[in-house]
Design a protein around this ligand. Structure first.
Ligand SMILES: NC(=O)c1ccc[n+]([C@@H]2O[C@H](COP(=O)([O-])OP(=O)(O)OC[C@H]3O[C@@H](n4cnc5c(N)ncnc54)[C@H](OP(=O)(O)O)[C@@H]3O)[C@@H](O)[C@H]2O)c1
Length: 435
């Protein structure tokens, strides 16, 4: 068995399940067990934090997601062994293989994927993935997760040797992928794709009514809420650069807070940048600002617009035109921590199939893309598009803001506090080097 020694004590980032703003950095100082066959021991080296991590903590208990299962508490006794009260969320980032009994993953390999926060290594039973350049974590405790959370990219030499590349990979890869799918599958123009529901294939009624007509963006106007976020920027980029000119929407508008306006403008991806509050004014003002008429098709895409901005914008746009399909990729981050009943009620109402409103899921769409276009072709196309996106102006507008370690103001602890207080500058991508 090959190994690269990792010394304890290790840090473990733990959240209170009822209040994800409360975090505990706990030391783990027990010997690690022998590594099982066909396994790798992975130590997280670098992670990113975005509002997406809040989603993992807020909805970790929802049976569809089971995000608390990704990294169980490692303690067998004591306060932090209580999994009713405490849990760990993972983050997108890079892990280093420090021990291996799987000959296809040598020690030193860098894996991009969904890793635990802290320096405590995680053991994974692995197999070679059907996805090119990836391995699958097939550990028993992760079977309740969507497959996408168990798939890890093996970084090539160039990325494995560049801190900057790893930071951008961690900040953007999954979010770009999400919007790559929306653009190519849900707003499809390719006859072989048809129109894929934002949840993927085989969507149960009453959510199964996404049609080619809804997917058609020619001459449509797209309005994106929380437009400064990484998934939103990726969609605006894809709409502009990753579809034939004749299939592009007439205009794409950004909606966000005043605080994010100058950043959003700097990305040069949008035809206009508007404030959430505009939807509180008379809809004739909205129509005038966006150049809309009753004949227009207006597509509303929500990446977690603040407060009740989604409802306000949908109402306002629907009083201008009766052709306003809406896709919700996220709920807003609530201003106060909700109790579990409030969370469930709010998530349940998002899933309620309101007229012409659809919910989206990145990994449902990924599966659809692979089924319709072939796993290798689709994922290779996506990786090539991601390479191009990484070189784009909008990505360069986001500068990594480096932190070190799990604890302290400049570590993950400080980053989590900043993130959950709702004040991260969109121009700063939070990344943390852990080992
Ligand atoms: N359904 C899916 O499959 C899927 C896939 C990927 C992401 N998502 C979801 O999409 C959402 C966006 O994720 P992301 O990683 O792209 O976000 P991000 O880059 O962290 O987005 C940052 C922007 O979000 C806005 N925001 C609203 N509330 C915030 C808060 N409490 N704290 C910080 N920023 C806040 C801010 O813009 P303003 O100041 O202008 O509001 C901020 O500039 C998340 O909810 C994520 O879970 C869903």
């Amino acid at each position: 068995m090959a190994s690269q020694t990792a010394q304890g004590p290790y840090s473990v980032h733990i959240l209170e399940k009822k209040d994800y703003t409360k975090q505990h950095i706990v030391e783990f100082n027990e010997p690690l067990p022998p590594l099982a066959p066909s396994s790798v021991r992975v130590q997280t080296s670098l992670i990113s934090l975005t509002t997406n991590n809040i989603t993992y903590a807020r909805l970790g208990h929802v049976p569809m997601f089971n995000w608390w299962d990704a990294s169980p508490l490692p303690f067998k006794e004591g306060e932090y062994s209580n999994s009713e009260k405490y849990g760990r969320v993972n983050a997108w980032g890079i892990g280093t293989v420090i021990e291996s009994t799987a000959e296809f993953v040598p020690v030193g390999t860098k894996l991009f994927g969904y890793h635990p926060i802290g320096t405590l290594p995680a053991d994974k039973v692995v197999k070679i993935s059907e996805l090119p350049g990836m391995i699958d974590d097939i550990s028993e405790h992760r079977k309740s997760l969507f497959p996408g959370y168990n798939q890890y990219y093996i970084l090539g030499e160039r990325d494995a040797n560049s801190d900057k590349a790893q930071a951008y990979f961690s900040l953007f890869c999954v979010f770009f992928e999400t919007s790559y799918h929306i653009n190519r599958l849900s707003f499809s123009w390719e006859p072989s794709v048809g129109a894929v529901n934002p949840l993927g294939l085989e969507v149960p009624p009453p959510l199964d009514t996404w049609t080619k007509e809804r997917a058609d963006l020619k001459r449509a106007v797209v309005v994106i809420l929380s437009a400064s976020g990484k998934t939103a920027l990726s969609l605006a980029y894809a709409l502009r650069f990753l579809r034939p000119e004749s299939e592009r929407p007439r205009a794409v508008f950004a909606v966000g807070s005043e605080a994010s306006r100058s950043f959003t403008e700097s990305t040069k991806l949008y035809d206009g940048v508007l404030n959430y509050d505009l939807a509180k004014s008379d809809s004739s003002q909205v129509a005038e600002k966006l150049g809309l008429s009753a004949q227009d098709k207006i597509v509303l895409v929500d990446f977690g617009g603040r407060g009740d901005s989604f409802e306000l914008w949908r109402e306002s746009l629907r009083s201008i035109s009766n052709n306003v399909p809406a896709i919700r990729m996220a709920e807003s981050v609530p201003e106060h921590v909700q109790d579990i009943d409030e969370v469930n009620a709010s998530f349940g109402s998002m899933l309620d199939a309101a007229k012409d409103t659809y919910v989206g899921n990145a990994f449902g769409m990924r599966n659809a893309g692979m089924a319709l276009l072939g796993t290798k072709t689709y994922m290779t196309d996506f990786r090539n598009a991601f390479e191009g996106f990484m070189e784009s102006h909008c990505v360069q507008c986001v500068k990594p803001m480096w932190g070190e370690g799990t604890s302290g103001a400049t570590g993950v602890e400080g980053g989590w506090t900043k993130l959950t207080s709702g004040h991260v500058d969109p121009a700063s991508g939070l990344v943390f080097r852990l080992t």
